[in-house]
Design a protein around this ligand. Structure first.
Ligand SMILES: [Zn+2]
Ligand SMILES: [Zn+2]
Length: 144
């Protein structure tokens, strides 16, 4: 798999087995990603290679988190001792669509109201007036 940050400064490649992803709902992951949870994919040990080096934040005595200081994209979670399977953030993958979440980690901080959202109305960027009119005003199509 390949992936990287929003601005393209940080890029990585890694081997992933299967199509498992998972959520971590712990408060540190909520803070680190700004989301209701972090979504991660585990990489096989020794296979994650940074094609350009990320920045690192030591979020606790046991964890380091790669990110891009230019655009702010959270890129993963690594144990500080270098063990385990390094995580990359689901959204930073170039092709995230084939993965399926298999577990809720950090469930002590899980926000129940954000789990079952399948019946909410769905709006595309291209039909969301506040977004679409601004793209149109600069003569561009709404990006995917
Ligand atoms: Zn970036
Ligand atoms: Zn977490």
């Amino acid at each position: 798999m390949t992936g990287g940050c929003q601005c393209g400064r940080v890029r990585y490649e890694a081997e992933v087995e299967g199509d498992d992803a998972y959520f971590c709902h712990c408060r540190m992951c909520q803070k680190a990603t700004g989301g209701f949870a972090a979504a991660f994919v585990q990489t096989e040990p020794g296979t994650l290679h940074w094609l350009s080096e990320p920045d690192w934040y030591q979020s606790s005595p046991i964890a380091r988190r790669p990110f891009c200081s230019a655009c702010g994209t959270p890129l993963g979670f690594h144990f500080a001792d270098g063990g385990g399977k390094p995580d990359v953030t689901f959204g930073s993958l170039d092709e995230p669509s084939g993965f399926h979440p298999v577990v809720h980690a950090g469930a002590e901080s899980l926000h129940e109201a954000f789990l079952d959202t399948r019946n909410l109305p769905r709006m595309s960027s291209s039909t969301t007036e506040s977004v679409a009119k601004r793209w149109k005003a600069i003569g561009r199509e709404v990006p995917d």
